[in-house]
Design a protein around this ligand. Structure first.
Ligand code: NI
Length: 138
């Protein structure tokens, strides 16, 4: 276990009250847990801003009857093949498919891959969950 240090921070009361309401509304069990979670979120955002090695999940929903969509998706994934750790394809209903890609690599490359994927014509939805490999986050 790392050493735990207590810190004292000066905060304007209205800001602290607003922050406490936010922590309560978002289910944080304590102020400390809320602050640590938000600190880690900032550190992960910084990893993405500085082209560090990161991990991500991309989710895509599309109608597999639309011509060319599946082929284009495969082509894009082959272009960035070494970053794609795995993919999962689920048939949501008769028309709609969901594809989830787990990615690991430099953040700029992952953004480039996601931009190529979301530009494919015929997609119903695409989203990027920008996460971390965890190695450099305490
Ligand atoms: Ni399918």
């Amino acid at each position: 276990m790392p050493k735990v240090t207590r810190v004292t921070v000066s905060i304007d009361e209205p800001l602290l009250e607003q922050f406490e309401q936010y922590l309560n509304a978002n289910g944080y069990p304590s102020r400390s847990e809320g602050i640590k979670s938000i600190m880690r979120k900032a550190l992960v955002e910084d990893q993405w801003a500085t082209d560090a090695e990161v991990a991500a999940a991309v989710t895509i929903v599309y109608d597999h009857h639309k011509p060319g969509v599946m082929q284009r998706m495969t082509e894009v994934q082959h272009d960035f093949g070494d970053m794609v750790i795995c993919t999962q394809h689920v048939h949501l209903d008769h028309h709609n498919c969901m594809e989830v890609l787990i990615l690991k690599g430099k953040s700029a490359q992952i953004k480039a891959l996601f931009n190529s994927l979301k530009a494919i014509k015929g997609l119903k939805h695409s989203s990027l969950s920008a996460s971390t490999t965890g190695g450099d986050i305490h």
